[in-house]
Write a protein that binds this ligand. Structure first.
Ligand SMILES: Nc1ncnc2c1ncn2[C@@H]1O[C@H](COP(=O)(O)OP(=O)(O)O)[C@@H](O)[C@H]1O
Ligand SMILES: [Mg+2]
Length: 192
């Protein structure tokens, strides 16, 4: 069974991998682990409602790629570029291009943005609204983040400083396209 989104351009669709991330730090740590399999030219599509943790996950990716600048919500700009910093051995990995697709008509517009970084040399992470993931590139990782459903119940005994956005995120990962053939995402998840 595959829980993947499929379309006419899809060549390979992996079986969905599902994991649960209990807090923001775990989500960042998962982003860092994911960065270990990301290569220049890769495209990661993050879907999920506002506050689901898309930017938090991207922060983990950016930290592990060792890119310059603070990864934040790309508000008011379509794409923010984070060039790679040199690693201890002097080499650089891919940079990060962080895109807010709410401000983008479609992925085709990415090429028209006239970025300083080339997408072939970068990892591109797109924060996408739910239900817009059609007609994308052939090779991509689709990661869907879901917050717990329903309104939080009022508990007068709960700690006052409790984060109203706290809660386990259910994350579903689908690898699509030949780029991901043979990449074991399950090992990535179980290795955490
Ligand atoms: N398990 C979790 N994973 C990710 N973020 C979490 C989690 N639990 C609580 N949070 C909080 O939820 C918020 C997620 O915000 P953000 O990453 O900007 O979401 P998005 O980019 O999807 O709108 C942050 O304030 C983060 O600290
Ligand atoms: Mg965001």
């Amino acid at each position: 069974m595959s829980g993947a989104v499929s379309g006419p351009g899809d060549t390979t669709t992996s079986e969905a991998v599902v994991l649960h991330l209990p807090d923001a730090d775990t989500t960042r740590a998962f982003g860092a682990a994911l960065a270990g399999v990301l290569r220049p030219g890769d495209l990661v599509i993050l879907t999920g409602d506002l506050g689901a943790g898309k930017t938090t996950l991207t922060q983990g990716i950016g930290a592990a790629l060792n890119v310059r600048g603070q990864v934040a919500s790309p508000t008011f700009i379509v794409a923010r570029e984070h060039p790679p910093l040199p690693r201890e051995d002097g080499t650089r990995g891919p940079g990060l291009v962080h895109v807010d697709a709410y401000r983008l008509g479609g992925l085709g517009e990415l090429d028209a943005l006239d970025l300083d970084s080339s997408l072939e040399d970068s990892v591109t992470v797109v924060e996408w609204g739910r239900g817009l993931a059609e007609a994308l590139a052939d090779d991509r990782l689709e990661i869907d983040l879901q917050r717990p459903r329903g309104a939080p119940s009022f508990d007068p005994g709960a700690e006052a400083e409790a984060d109203p956005g706290a809660g386990t995120r259910t994350v579903t990962i689908c690898a699509i396209g030949p780029r991901w053939t043979g990449v074991d995402l399950r090992a990535l998840v179980s290795g955490r």
